[in-house]
Design a protein around this ligand. Structure first.
Ligand SMILES: Cc1cc2nc3c(=O)[nH]c(=O)nc-3n(C[C@H](O)[C@H](O)[C@H](O)COP(=O)(O)OP(=O)(O)OC[C@H]3O[C@@H](n4cnc5c(N)ncnc54)[C@H](O)[C@@H]3O)c2cc1C
Length: 391
């Protein structure tokens, strides 16, 4: 029987998870095109670790999505016989008056999750590494952990190939022609060849404006940094003695092995504050001032890190949507083209669920969660105008 050809552009977590979902759900003719390679350094999904947390403030919808996604990560772990996730638990330090810590606590407690509120004294006793002075609300949640990002990408790649999908690396897509709804989509690549397909999924992360320029999506590409600290005691900061943590915009992980398990063991910290707008092809210049600010906030929170060595800073990118919600939708002029954009620096943990959502858009089946909040139409003309001038 003839099978529609589905082409996915971009082999980050979103593109690979979509290919995996489509193949699992019975599509056979699935091809992924990636301009570089799976897990290449400039891709947003690259790197050893990503935090899986349920704390989403008032946005209980996202907390519920994280649970659905965690279940899928475990399924992928079993299928691939690889460790993709390690539970680290999570300490959140905040204040009664902030919009996030309290709301997260009540929502997660109502969802039946093992979250506890800690008094400042208990927090100090359990985690003397933290300076708790500025906080009057600390919570501790057992359900949180590290996703081994590179391993997740490799596990998806292996499964896609095993299930008969195809992945073409070093294949840069220049354009998609979809002028005639009665003829197949025509996907042009940098070597001037053309691939025809019935359906296409664009999961190109920070390069979204290159292929969907005509939509003037209100997405800003920003420069972000990851800071790594060495020379710390594993007894105080190691995995299973020190939790993942979250305080305002700063979050971090216990010491873990960097670079796909064969690198040194470092503690990792990042700020979720959105950085300066950049071009995704610009070679990263580390902005010392921004890095110093993140380091200073980290020292306030974890004073012992002043004696550690800030050994490495990695630069990467966010694709930021105006309301920080993802955009998951069909192209307004051609429903055969599905796209994901604006993952806003929090998309990795949702990978397998996003794959199922995009696959449902391709196959016209009910999505696993309501997706109205992810539709493009929610973004008003006003926010379009405001943001497209900086995108
Ligand atoms: C510093 C940092 C920390 C983060 N921390 C977390 C975290 O702790 N928890 C969490 O859940 N999320 C986190 N995120 C966010 C998460 O990593 C991203 O949301 C997610 O990886 C985005 O995946 P993607 O597939 O959309 O993009 P990408 O991984 O960038 O994939 C897009 C792919 O498309 C390819 N491509 C682009 N254009 C073309 C073209 N024309 N032709 C062919 N291929 C093309 C690119 O080469 C790329 O490989 C973090 C992000 C950053 C930058």
């Amino acid at each position: 029987m003839y099978q529609q050809r589905i082409v996915i552009i971009g082999a980050g977590i979103v593109g690979l998870a979509t290919a995996y979902a489509l193949l699992k759900q019975g599509s056979h003719n699935v091809t992924v095109l990636e301009q570089a390679a799976v897990d290449h350094q400039r891709g947003t999904s690259h790197g050893l670790s990503r935090l899986l947390r349920l704390e989403y403030g008032e946005e209980r919808f996202y907390s519920e999505m994280v649970l659905q996604s965690l279940y899928r990560w475990h399924e992928l772990e079993q299928r691939s016989q690889r460790t993709l996730y390690t539970q680290t638990e999570l300490l959140a330090l905040g204040n009664e008056t902030d919009h996030s810590t309290k709301a997260s606590y009540y929502h997660l407690r109502d969802m039946g999750l093992p979250i506890q509120q800690l008094s400042r004294d208990t927090c100090k006793q359990l985690f003397p590494q933290f300076n708790t002075q500025a906080y009057d609300m600390c919570t501790y949640n057992k359900v949180a952990g590290i996703l081994y990002a590179s391993h997740c990408l490799q596990a998806l790649k292996e499964n896609i190939l095993k299930m008969g999908g195809t992945i073409h690396e070093s294949c840069h897509v220049k354009s998609i022609l979809h002028d005639n709804p009665h003829t197949p989509l025509r996907i042009r690549t940098a070597d001037n060849s053309e691939i025809q397909a019935e359906r296409a999924v664009l999961a190109v992360g920070s390069w979204v404006h290159r292929l969907l320029g005509e939509l003037h999506l209100p997405i800003r590409i920003t420069r972000q940094y990851l800071l790594y600290f060495a020379n710390l005691s594993p007894t105080l900061f190691g995995l299973h003695t020190f939790p993942a943590f979250l305080s305002d915009d700063i979050y971090g992980f216990p010491i873990h092995s960097t670079y796909a398990g064969c690198g040194p063991n470092w503690l990792k910290v990042a700020s979720h504050n959105f950085g300066n707008t950049i071009d995704p092809d610009q070679s990263p210049q580390i902005e010392e001032r921004v890095v110093r600010q993140v380091a200073e906030k980290t020292y306030q929170l974890l004073p012992m890190l002043r004696n550690a060595r800030l050994i490495q800073v990695d630069a990467c990118m966010y694709d930021v949507s105006p309301d920080e919600n993802f955009i998951l939708d069909c192209h307004p002029n051609d429903p055969r083209v599905v796209f994901a954009a604006g993952l806003t620096g929090h998309g990795f943990k949702f990978g397998p669920l996003l794959g199922d959502i995009l696959s449902s858009l391709v196959r016209n089946t009910p999505p696993p969660v309501p997706i109205e909040r992810f539709r493009l139409a929610r973004l008003t003309q006003a926010s379009y105008k405001q943001q497209s001038s900086v995108a």
